[in-house]
Design a protein around this ligand. Sequence first.
Ligand code: NIG
Ligand code: FE
Length: 416
Amino acid sequence: MLWASLVIENIGCLWTMDGAGAHGVGAIDDAVVLIDADRVAWVGPRAALPVPDLRGVPRVDAGGRAALPGLIDCHTHALFLGDRADEFARRARGESYAQIMAAGGGIRSTMRAVRGATIEQLCDATRPRLRRMLERGVTTVELKSGYGLNVDSELAMLRAARRLGDEDGIDVVTTLLAAHAIPPEHEGDASAWIDVITKDLLPHVAREKLASACDVFVEQGAFSAEQARPLLRRARELGLAVRVHAEQLSRSGGAALAAELGARAAGHLEHITAEDVEALAKAGVVCEVLALAQVFLRGQRATPGRALVDGGCTVAVATDCNPGTAMSTDLPLAAGLAVTQCGLTAEEAIAGVTVNAARALGLIDRGVVAAGKRADLVILEGATPLDLVYRWSDARAHAVVARGRVLAPPSSLVDA
Ligand code: NIG
Ligand code: FE
């Protein structure tokens, strides 16, 4: 028999994002969601409710507001210490991201802040960012390492990310991005650091299951596709999914490598060609549009989101939250910019932060509202789900349900 531990009722318009109906958003008016523990037990219009008597079951009255699946931020570097406001100012005066990186700033500057930090300090700095994400409706976030750049500090970052995921609130998926920059110990010798990652770090990470994926920044001044290939192959052998930072500042072969290796996801893609789009589509690589980064860095090209969708790619949208190229935790803003800067439709951008973001993380238990899936939902303030991409930073979440519990605002909304 159908049993509910929580009822969410009076949802004016729910987009389940299950691919059904107009634009594939699975719209249901006057919707009810029955939740059993951490799973959705039933979803549908109130008129079809199979359990007529829900007396005594705690309920959330959505008050006619719109709802979506809990949002998923599938590409972030939100675990860091310090800031790089000075670099923002330097770019405004005309220096480029690449010039600042070559001069020892950029990722290495954050590395200096992260190295030597305790796991507790890393968690304390990151927790408020995750809280802000949750308050916007994000229930799952990917956190990458990549600011430790030595074995111990990379492990510390992943352990901090795991600890944050074990806490109440937002769910965390971890990615090893040790090949983010060349550490000063290996100045001018990217291959030496790739060797350390492959031989020392990766086996450790795989053994302790500290990350579910391995990422590489394929870019001039970082790592070439040739340097990245053996590392990513080894990661795949050890059971980690492959992710690539590809074609962000120049065309460096990252997209072709992602396609060749059957990567789970490739992010940025500002400098891709039609050939790359075809290869990514054929290989089923989820393409991540990270519009905050391209807007934050002056003079960046826009990722051709329209061409990716039209070329048959699955497109996700994420914040890329990091202190150097996207100092923001605002996923609705990233989705709004994916529409205006990268040519996605509003519905595609919303799919990008829900169902397609789940695919980018290899998660099949979330991203849609459907029976059997995790009970992760966001109730927006307004009456239309389009508010998520239309109202940008004003797209407030009225309530956030994660694994069947009302997390934001704290459970005051639940009536027994
Ligand atoms: O995705 N491009 C590489 N990594 C980040 C930037 C990290 C940083 O500058 O701290 C990105 O944009
Ligand atoms: Fe990134």
